[in-house]
Design a protein around this ligand. Sequence first.
Ligand SMILES: [Zn+2]
Length: 453
Amino acid sequence: MEKPYDLLLKGGIVVTGQGMRRADVAVRGETIAAVELDIPAEQAREVVDVAGLYVLPGVIDVHVHPVYLDDVGDCSLVAAYGGTTTLLHYAYARTGESLLEQVEKMLQDGLARSRLDFGLHGGLFEAPRQVPEIPRVMELGVRTFKFFLAYVKQGWFTDDYHLTWAMDILAERGGMALVHAENGGAIDYLEDKYLKRPGASLPEYRRTHPAALEEEAIFRAIRLAEVTGCPLYIPHVTAARCLRPIRQAQGEGLKVFAETCPQYLTLTDEILDTRGALAKIGPPIRTAADRDALWEALRDGTLQVVASDHAPKKKDPWGDFLEQPYGAPGLETLLPVTYDWGVNRGWISVVRLVQVLCENPARIFGLYPKKGTIAVGSDADLVVFDPRREFTIRAENQHSGAGYTLYEGRTVLGWPVMSFQRGRRILWEGEVVAEPGSGRFLPTLEAPQVPPL
Ligand SMILES: [Zn+2]
């Protein structure tokens, strides 16, 4: 007898953004063919027993920087170990570089080396020269572009004139602006004031990135988005007060989306005392009250997405704190760390977890329902997650080239045990088995959807 299905995950608890239920998941070719109770095992060529385990849609990490110690190929490996199956990378065009060339380069690199399906965001460091390239880059299937309101001294900053111009172009063509929202000019002044003192180090550094300047920049980005009619996405929101302008804008019906990251959800500023420059990231990790407010905001829908902001860089933890670069790894721990703190501590349900890690990123970046859910016709991107499996995170069991993790020694309950992308094995028996170059490029073409709560 001809078997109708290629793969059957049997006995699991299927979780989507709509709810959770017992169901088997059958796959034919690259897509999901049935999600039903008691699909007979004889109907599939391969049957995997997932009794008692969660079957989640593949996690989509929309905030990845594959340009430091992990490249596009490495990032796909590291992410796959953590249960992520789709990545959206930032293709940065630095000063003097062409945005189009950098996007094309990362696209080709991804096709050659990525083990996972991936899409791209453009990132503009020299807006006056690079904004005119946006329409041609959009033709490649890249429709989200990042601008910095921070980093004036470094020369990465986009001023209001050029951000408004870019937003105008994006609004007209169905794109979206991503804004790193901190007031760079004010931060530069505070750095000059405090960090030039003799012997300045961590205590002085702590005075240079106040949350007020993040809130102010978020507000400014929102108002420029309002004037131009451009959808806006704020990556890495860190503090309670930053939620005020976001809530206000969403209440006004503006298309304003916001993301936070596991480091802001599960760590506090005290980590700088123990891990030093390894925990130096921008914007900074803030207080326990901020951390808890971010969970509230994930629960009430003000924040729609959790992503890693994976940016592992070479640092000397014993060197001058002020000289060390911003950034930390986080790709591999995105799902388990968010699950452990969020679900096991009762901040959010497993269904909400799937919304913020899978469904909402897919909706906002135009990949839904191909990605982000478990439904007939969707790509068979599946993560099998064991909620009873304990795992102690240590640098030596992580796969990033960073060589350290901010979660060193943390024991989490719940770990991804296998994953599939378009029906093929990615994580299998504890190892990533997908081949480099097997990932596909995902154009992000549709207008962003406001995720339902
Ligand atoms: Zn980032």
